[in-house]
Write a protein that binds this ligand. Structure first.
Ligand SMILES: NC(=O)C1=CN([C@@H]2O[C@H](COP(=O)(O)OP(=O)(O)OC[C@H]3O[C@@H](n4cnc5c(N)ncnc54)[C@H](O)[C@@H]3O)[C@@H](O)[C@H]2O)C=CC1
Ligand SMILES: O=C(O)C(=O)COP(=O)(O)O
Length: 547
């Protein structure tokens, strides 16, 4: 059973697949304080949050078995993603599931700001019939500057066009072609400042975007501009905004998000020209069900089938590509494990990965991580996974290099992995044969043809007659059954290798005796762990024995 902790208010209906699943226990604890959360997090496999729960490095230090943090929404700035990555915790979100909700809230805020609806409502509800104080402005024929033309920015732009607005869009990823298709103008920040009557921001909060609307930007804006932020507090420098509104340069602002939440600054909250909502952009019935459904499904997938779709700290890959790469991923993990053992179990210093043939057309980032995890797992065991493997390599000072080559090396697809430490190098080449499965086809400079199995006996010897018989009979004396035997040599009568698959492992005594055979230079048992789990395309999940 896997234990899932749900903090923050998450839709019960949306969580249904998790709540009904026989392998998951879901605890809903929406009112925990930081200390309480820290005290219990250690017993959970997954955590589901919205924007309210702050997931810090300190909290993660106590999260000993946490495998997944799911953000039922988009922004992950309340989660220390780097700390999660270092700990090998997958962070997922639900991009797109609340796009429409945030879009409609932005439009609602823009209209409310233009027509002073909250202020008028307040006065009317208090019994005052004031028809003079609330003259608004129209959106029609006005220019809207959209900073951040991602999912929400784009949907906002489309809807604003239907009000007859001219749209200026700014986003490093906005091409002229897409802008044209949307019927908007691709612009820079300066043009947006100079031309816009309304400006709305829709970027994530990053080092780049923090304070993107600041004194300097506001100074370049048109007089009486109105500003909307339904994305992230911090994109607008609040002090600068208040100054610009007080000076009369900015006519007003509509804010759903704040530098610090819950918002408390009276200069913002009690300003007659600023309308506010308490981070409600995603708060619709539909969006909340959808975000909860999406993260629930993905959590189940991650634990049950190791398939990850929306990890923010992993390469993204479609299910189709993942399925196509699956045999290579299994093989990659295996040759990673084997190559480090061939290096006489020394820590790696330098790793080279080459992909040839059909593999060069694939997105190999996940495969590369799998190979690297295979290598590191020999010394670091379960503490290394696909999430933290690059971080751990860096931490260990191991360099790696990936090359792709269109030549096919005699196989439709081929990958070669070499690991060095000092002057020693171990190398394995492998391929997936259509209809026959995975094969190791090269070990160091020798060509062979071995199907990876749990126990492989690797022997280096002189290419002299009788060697195969001697090895076979010694193993027979110890009741060790040989599954397959392959020999490879660089030249007749020179050095050669023998690779045997065995039904069980063998001890140091047998290995010692093997090396006493005349002409036998080296014997090494290579062992693959996690074979069963790998066969099923996933690692062994952590199990809760009893709750
Ligand atoms: N108020 C609320 O409740 C909600 C807020 N959000 C927030 O809205 C924002 C946008 O969300 P989505 O559209 O779903 O994300 P998205 O990832 O689809 O779009 C973000 C866009 O910002 C662009 N961008 C990044 N840096 C930029 C820069 N320096 N200048 C201009 N553009 C830049 C990116 O290229 C991307 O196209 C996020 O901050 C998200 O957290 C999302 C949902 C609800
Ligand atoms: O999805 C986002 O980025 C949001 O800001 C929504 O936040 P919430 O889930 O409503 O706390």
């Amino acid at each position: 059973m896997y234990k899932v902790l749900v903090t923050d208010g998450i839709s019960h209906t949306g969580l249904k697949s998790l709540l009904d699943h026989p392998h998951f226990i879901v605890d809903r604890q929406p009112t925990l304080n930081t200390e309480e959360l820290k005290n219990i997090i250690g017993t959970y496999d997954a955590l589901i949050v919205r924007s309210q729960t702050i997931v810090t490095e300190e909290l993660l230090q106590a999260a000993d078995r946490l495998h997944v943090i799911a953000r039922a929404g988009v922004g992950v700035d309340n989660i220390d993603v780097n700390a999660a990555t270092r700990k090998g915790i997958i962070v997922i979100n639900a991009p797109g599931a609340n796009t429409i909700a945030a879009t409609e809230h932005t439009l609602a805020m823009m209209l409310a700001l233009a027509r002073k609806i909250p202020q008028a409502h307040q006065k009317t509800a208090a019994g005052e019939w004031d028809r003079n104080s609330f003259k608004g402005v129209e959106l029609y024929k006005k220019t809207l500057g959209v900073v951040g033309m991602g999912k929400i920015g784009t949907e906002v732009a489309k809807r604003a066009k239907s009000f007859g607005m001219n749209i200026l869009g700014f986003d490093p990823y906005l091409t002229e072609e897409r802008a044209k298709k949307l019927g908007i103008t691709k612009a820079g920040l300066d043009l947006i400042a100079a031309e816009s009557d309304f400006i709305t921001v829709h970027t994530p909060l990053t080092n780049d975007t923090r304070g993107i609307i600041n004194d300097e930007f506001l100074a370049k804006t048109k007089k009486s501009v109105r500003i909307v932020n339904c994305a992230r507090g911090g994109l607008i420098n609040e002090k600068a905004l208040v100054r610009a509104i007080q000076s009369g340069h900015v006519a007003g602002a509509a804010l759903d998000v704040f530098e610090k939440e819950p918002a408390a600054d009276p200069e913002l909250l009690q300003n007659p020209n600023i309308i506010v909502t308490p981070h409600l952009g995603a708060s619709t019935v539909e969006a909340q069900e959808k975000v909860a459904q999406e993260v629930s499904k993905e959590i189940i997938d991650i634990f049950e089938t190791q398939s990850i779709q929306h990890a923010v700290n992993m390469p993204q890959m479609s299910g189709e590509t993942q399925a196509k790469l699956q045999p290579y991923l299994l093989l990659g993990d295996q040759i990673g494990q084997l190559v480090i053992q061939l290096l006489k179990r020394q820590a790696p210093g330098k790793i080279n990965i080459h992909y040839y043939g059909d593999l060069i057309d694939e997105d190999t980032e996940l495969l590369t991580r799998t190979l690297l995890r295979g290598i590191l797992s020999y010394h670091l065991s379960d503490s290394v996974n696909l999430i933290n493997v690059l971080h751990l390599l860096k931490e260990q000072g191991v360099s790696y290099n990936v090359q792709k080559n269109a030549t096919n090396k005699g196989f439709a697809n081929y990958m070669e992995l070499s690991v060095s430490q000092g002057t020693e190098t171990a190398r394995i080449g492998a391929t997936v044969l259509n209809g026959y499965g995975a094969r190791i086809v090269k070990i160091n400079e020798y060509r062979i043809d071995v199907k990876p199995e749990k126990y492989l006996l690797y022997i280096k010897h002189q290419d002299v007659p009788g060697m195969i018989g001697k090895v076979g009979s010694l193993l027979g004396d110890y009741q060790i059954n040989i599954g397959t035997m392959q020999v490879g040599r660089a030249e007749i009568g020179g050095e050669a290798i023998m690779v045997l698959t065995l039904d069980k492992g063998l001890g140091a005594e047998v290995l010692r005796e093997l090396t006493h055979i005349d002409g036998l230079e080296e014997a090494q048992l290579l062992e693959l762990t996690n074979m069963d789990a790998l066969e099923h395309g996933r690692e062994e999940p952590q199990k809760v024995e009893s709750i």
